[in-house]
Design a binder for this molecule. Structure first.
Ligand code: DNO
Length: 361
């Protein structure tokens, strides 16, 4: 596995130097942030990212994300223009040495949480999702006082209402069709450029506000991979996005899709799933802190021969740190160290087992 870390560019309070000092860190995950969704990224901005990252001794090999314009998800006539721009962005990041591109196909909202600073008993704060709170919100009412903290700030409330309204008649099947149309055009370009596309699961992995969501479980991931059945059409296995629903067996999915060679990127984080579908709270990475068995997931990846990128996903805010929710330095760095520890232990144990089996008794 190649250990990586998400960095939000020069505006990020967490510096490349900070990241470099995390043991074993090899790759930066970032994107061009100064361009609206759907536009072509300038070669200068891409080259600039590459040079600052390499100057700190790390590689720029993963982009998260090249966002997908809503017109593509909505299947509007204008989609061809945005798809062409998307292909051009794949070509340009590939020219700079990027090997993997993460993206998602969630209508309107990317990850959704109802609290960005929920206090845990130890005084740290974390991201949380309470279903009852989501159920109170109706984004179709632009005058509603209820908003959620994670909402895309690039929309005004009225714009958000309008774009949500555009999806009112879209079924999941229509969204599948639009995804297929998109893949049929971008994956051949990715193949040509040697880039692995890695779709991120919907977070949380169920429909919210009546919007269709399809990258949600094993059945749908199987269907997704078949839409364009080549290795470059793969997934970002996000343990928290899938693991916040009891119906997903993340260990099994890591093993299955890993063996198929279709996991190109992994987001490792833990969640405490609340009973009776009440939602979830994000926790420290350690297995004992949440619902997921992080060791078993890493072991499944190892056993499948996984050689892609892994990053510690969201961290809590600890030690008085302030900053971008989920993306502070300290707890993610602890997560990285934990992942390194798990991997080393698994690797050495397996090596010993192999030596024992091959030595004459
Ligand atoms: C949240 C992230 C997501 C992810 C996108 C990928 O913390 O995991 O925003 O980057 O869904 O396109």
């Amino acid at each position: 596995m190649k250990l990586s870390f998400r960095w939000y560019g020069k505006e990020d309070k967490v510096t490349l130097r900070n990241i470099r000092q995390i043991p074993g860190m090899s790759t930066i995950v970032t994107a061009v942030y100064d361009v609206p969704v759907g536009q072509v990224w300038s070669r200068e901005s891409i080259a600039d990212l590459k040079s600052v990252i390499e100057a700190e001794g790390m590689a720029f090999e993963v982009v998260e994300s090249i966002p997908v314009h809503e017109d593509i998800k909505l299947g509007k006539k204008t989609r061809d223009h945005y798809i062409e721009n998307y292909c051009e962005n794949i070509r340009r990041v590939a020219e700079a040495g990027v090997k993997c591109v993460c993206y998602n196909f969630m209508p309107v909202f990317d990850w959704t949480r109802t609290e960005l600073a929920h206090e845990l008993p130890d005084g740290s704060t974390t991201l949380a999702y309470y279903q009852s709170r989501v159920d109170e919100v109706n984004p179709l009412q632009s005058d509603s006082d209820l908003t959620l903290p994670g909402w895309d700030a690039s929309y005004t409330r009225a714009e958000l209402r309008d774009v949500v309204a555009e999806y009112q008649f879209m079924s999941e099947e229509m969204l599948w069709d639009n995804l297929k149309y998109f893949l049929e055009r971008i994956i051949p370009v990715a193949v040509e450029c040697g880039v692995n596309m890695a779709i991120h699961e919907d977070d949380p992995c169920w429909s919210i506000f009546g919007l269709p969501r399809i990258i949600t479980d094993e059945k749908n991931l199987d269907r997704f991979l078949k839409l364009f059945d080549v290795p470059n059409n793969g997934i970002t296995l996000c343990t928290g996005s899938l693991g916040c629903s009891g119906r997903n067996d993340v260990v099994k999915m890591a093993e299955k899709y890993g063996k198929m060679g279709r996991i190109h990127f992994v987001h490792m984080r833990n969640v405490a799933v609340l009973p009776e579908n009440r939602g979830f709270e994000e926790t420290a990475h350690l297995s004992v802190c949440g619902t997921l068995d992080m060791y078993a997931i890493m072991k499944a990846l190892f056993d499948s021969g996984f050689e892609g990128y892994i990053r510690p996903d969201h961290g809590r805010m600890i030690w008085g740190e302030t900053g971008r929710p989920g993306y502070g330095l300290y707890d993610r760095a602890l997560g990285a160290t934990y992942l390194n520890g798990l991997w080393e232990a698994i690797e050495k144990t397996e090596k010993k087992k192999m030596e024992k089996n091959s030595s004459p008794s």
